[in-house]
Design a protein around this ligand. Structure first.
Ligand SMILES: Nc1ncnc2c1ncn2[C@@H]1O[C@H](COP(=O)(O)OP(=O)(O)OP(=O)(O)O)[C@@H](O)[C@H]1O
Length: 242
């Protein structure tokens, strides 16, 4: 098997005497979509923020592309990107201006073609000249996804990428992710509370509960291991134990 593009080893994050993430280890393989599942407060976002270098782990190590995040931060972060509903972008710029800012920050070549391409893929034509402040939440989600795709990352981190999208657009985003995975070998780590989406999208799933990694495998393996009918029932069982 090829080397993983990302490896987290014994990752722990404490806030004061509260342990949000408790010694979890996992790997992301090249071209893999890895779903991170868990009830509210399980430690998903904290984990993602450590992987993005936004917060420092209390202990444990993170490596990507064979490099340690602590010592090769810039080289790694150039090759990854993320999208989250909670991220903010300059509000007074238009959608297209915001994408230009990102392109310039990353020093991308051939910017207008790349922007036109992503605007088309994410069906953003109708609001590409709209001021960001005036976007609906679904439009904002698409802008943050466009920002993430624009830099052509090797790893994409997505925190609830389809949460505020209508079913039609959510379906198209899922298709786009699968397409990018197939054609470019993109690796994706993402969180979602939509169990059907998790089952459909993820090659593998890791399940967090109270900061611990309690299950890992394909959706079918996890369902079978917990003796439940589907992933939703596994989720309910573990969430109610929390
Ligand atoms: N800066 C912080 N200071 C103190 N506690 C924090 C901080 N950030 C997160 N936590 C706590 O860590 C735990 C894990 O939070 P986290 O946001 O990672 O959960 P999550 O799995 O992403 O949940 P959700 O599904 O609600 O987004 C929660 O109990 C949260 O209150």
């Amino acid at each position: 098997m090829a080397s993983p593009v990302l490896e987290a080893r014994s990752l722990t994050k404490t806030f004061g005497d509260f342990t949000a993430v408790n010694g979890i280890s996992f790997a992301l393989q090249p071209g893999e979509i890895l779903g991170v599942l868990g009830p509210n407060g399980a430690g998903k976002t904290t984990t993602m923020h450590m992987l993005l270098g936004l917060i420092t782990p209390t202990s444990g190590t993170i490596s990507m592309f064979g490099m340690d995040l602590e010592t090769h931060r810039e080289a790694i972060l150039q090759q990854v990107n993320f999208s989250s509903t909670y991220m903010s972008m300059p509000q007074s710029l238009t959608v297209e201006e915001n994408l230009w800012v990102v392109a310039r920050l990353y020093g991308l070549p051939d910017v207008q073609r790349k922007i036109d391409d992503i605007v088309k893929k994410l069906e953003m034509g109708e609001f590409r000249h709209k001021v960001t402040r005036k976007l609906s939440s679904g439009q904002m989600t698409r802008l943050t996804l466009a920002k993430a795709f624009l830099t052509e990352p090797k790893i994409l981190f997505l925190d609830e990428p389809t949460a505020s999208l209508d079913p039609d657009i959510a379906h198209k985003i899922r298709a786009l992710l699968k397409d990018e995975q197939r054609t470019t070998g993109l690796s994706v780590l993402y969180t979602s509370h939509n169990m059907r989406e998790m089952e459909e999208m993820s090659d593998r799933i890791i399940f967090l509960q109270k900061g611990n990694l309690v299950a890992e495998g394909t959706a079918a393996q996890i369902v079978s291991r917990f003796g439940q009918a589907d992933l939703e029932d596994v989720f309910l069982k573990l969430a109610r134990e929390s």
